[in-house]
Design a binder for this molecule. Structure first.
Ligand SMILES: Cc1cc2nc3c(=O)[nH]c(=O)nc-3n(C[C@H](O)[C@H](O)[C@H](O)COP(=O)(O)O)c2cc1C
Length: 329
């Protein structure tokens, strides 16, 4: 085990992009908010390594969010943020907690940012919103967000309906909005990061790679399932009603069978109840739970500390960027 000090060693020069400027971070690398996996420990580790760590409030009751923010405040030397999925019925309360606790960065997702973004901006919060399409990116930009996370269908967790891949989505979003774009979905190493930059992104958000890190709060069984899975082992399930990318297991097969037999919306939503993600990610039930993870899990063979993941990422990114230079005409 490396010490915290060793892990936070920074051997790379800062990278300056619109994203690093807005959020005041050293590297344009964001650790996505993730239910049951992204607690304060992961967010602080990523932030201390120069990226932007996000506490995933989607699975937290308000008092737990307060506890997590306080822990992050006392362990993170650099900015960190909170991800708030907007479908939560208590969004207002979660935002109030963030303001009272001095959180300066909020990434919203899964809902319409129009209602809350102006209020967040008035309170000096830097914001980003996660979108799966050009149309929703334009709406988020019109709502006044500082940056947009454009997430392709390769991504782990809840997904867009149109199944647009990251490689198609990023350049189209970049062309459609004037705020910096952060690419998400299928990025697990520096080659993926370089590809995202080639498409016009100014930052990357990674979920799966950090879910499979030492500081991730996910259960060991979840991490082992992620490490064992190959590139073909995930499926987008509940495509018509609430698309979510998970590892194929008996639970997933039940949903797919129900979809194939024309089950109603109510039936699919009932099978998909929110306790299933908790069962797999927090409690390690990899048979009957929803193992939310992205396609890039096929490439991940080792659980590493977040700081090492970021160091590896930057090394590979730099190497790939040099290859681009040799190809320039
Ligand atoms: C286990 C898991 C839980 C997630 N939970 C959330 C969430 O609560 N809110 C959110 O905006 N995104 C969530 N995501 C998406 C990530 O924040 C991130 O955008 C995505 O994982 C990027 O794609 P990748 O998995 O290919 O890296 C989740 C992803 C995973 C793997």
């Amino acid at each position: 085990m490396k010490t915290e000090q060793e892990n936070s060693k920074r051997s790379f020069e800062p990278i300056q992009t619109g994203v690093t400027q807005i959020f005041g971070i050293r590297y344009p690398v964001i650790q996505g908010g993730m239910i049951w996996a992204a607690g304060a420990e992961l967010a602080a580790a990523v932030s201390n390594a120069g990226g932007l760590g996000l506490i995933g409030s989607g699975s937290m009751y308000p008092d737990e969010l307060i506890r997590q923010i306080r822990w992050a405040k006392s362990h993170a030397q650099n900015p960190f943020g909170v991800n708030i999925p907007l479908f939560r019925s208590d969004v207002g309360e979660l935002i109030k907690i963030c303001l009272e606790e001095g959180v300066r960065i909020i990434f919203t997702s899964a809902g319409n940012p129009k209602k809350y973004t102006p209020f967040l901006k008035e309170n000096g919060i830097k914001t980003a919103h996660v979108v799966p399409s050009v149309k929703l990116a334009q709406k988020a930009a019109a709502a006044g967000v500082d940056a947009i996370v454009a997430e392709g269908t390769e991504a782990g967790g809840h997904n867009g309906f149109d199944e647009i891949t990251t490689i198609c989505l990023i350049p189209q979003v970049v062309d459609a909005v004037s705020v910096p774009v952060i690419a998400a979905g299928g990025i697990g190493d520096g080659r993926g990061m370089a590809a995202a930059f080639a498409l016009g992104a100014e930052g990357v958000q990674m979920g799966t790679r950090f879910a499979l890190s030492e500081e991730s709060a996910a259960h060991e069984n979840y991490k082992m399932a992620g490490i064992a899975a190959g590139e073909s082992d995930t499926r987008l399930i509940a495509k018509k009603y609430a698309p979510v990318r998970t590892i194929v297991n008996p639970f997933t097969e039940k949903i797919i069978a129900a979809e194939n037999s024309g089950a109603s919306r109510d039936e699919i939503i009932r099978l998909l109840d929110s306790g299933k993600a908790k069962a797999a990610i927090r409690d390690g039930d990899t048979e009957n739970g929803e193992i939310e993870i992205g396609q890039i899990c096929g490439m991940i063979k080792e659980i590493k500390p977040a700081a090492e993941i970021i160091q590896d990422l930057l090394r590979e990114f730099s190497k790939t960027a040099k290859v681009f230079k040799t190809l320039a005409v």
